[in-house]
Design a protein. Structure first.
Length: 193
């Protein structure tokens, strides 16, 4: 859930403590409770979750494609490319399928970028976001996006610890990638100018 929030357009709203595992036991309206439900447990924060949240925040801050100054609407919204796990562009039937629990989103970092305060273009890397709500691992076929795109894993919510190791192998369109159950994988294709 943190990944979907931090990778969405707009301003992400975190409740203090979400980043370290404070759940309020599912109570989203606990303002009038002065007890363990709303207290921070400073003695046992979820350090792994905190590190992962920091990684997500750093990714968002480093890449303007995730924090555009405007919402895409009309013709701009059609510039987003959505794919099925089989790597095919989404159709009306795919969108209407009630059993479809996975999707891929392509974000082109150089397509209609925003301008920085100094007037320069905020050109960015390309990203492919694979989202699976399946309860088992799911195979995705990487779609055709930019010619010669080479994808590397930036975030894997199923196995966030593996991101601390050496760079992952580069993947190309047509390659298969297994996405863990109920997880998000973010792939990056570096901008080559």
């Amino acid at each position: 859930m943190l990944a979907t929030l931090m990778l969405s357009f707009g301003i992400p709203m975190l409740l203090g403590g979400d980043e370290m595992g404070r759940t309020q036991q599912g109570n989203n309206n606990a303002y009038c409770q002065d007890n363990e439900i709303t207290w921070f447990d400073w003695a046992q924060p979820d350090e792994d979750l905190l590190a992962f949240t920091k990684q997500l925040v750093a990714l968002r801050k480093a890449h303007p494609v995730f924090r555009r100054n405007r919402f895409l609407a009309g013709a701009e919204a059609s510039e987003l490319r959505w794919f099925t796990p089989a790597g095919a562009e989404m159709t009306g039937a795919d969108w209407a399928d009630p059993n479809a629990l996975a999707i891929a989103l392509y974000l082109d970092g150089s397509d209609d970028p925003d301008r920085a305060a100094d007037g320069t273009w905020l050109i960015d890397d390309d990203f492919l976001v694979l989202v699976s709500a399946w309860w088992e691992s799911l195979d995705f076929v990487l779609p055709e996006t930019r010619p010669q795109a080479g994808w590397q894993v930036e975030i894997d919510t199923y196995d966030p610890v593996s991101q601390a190791g050496p760079a992952t192998a580069e993947r190309k369109a047509g390659d298969h990638m297994t996405v863990g159950p109920r997880s998000v994988v973010v792939l990056k294709n570096p901008y080559s100018g």
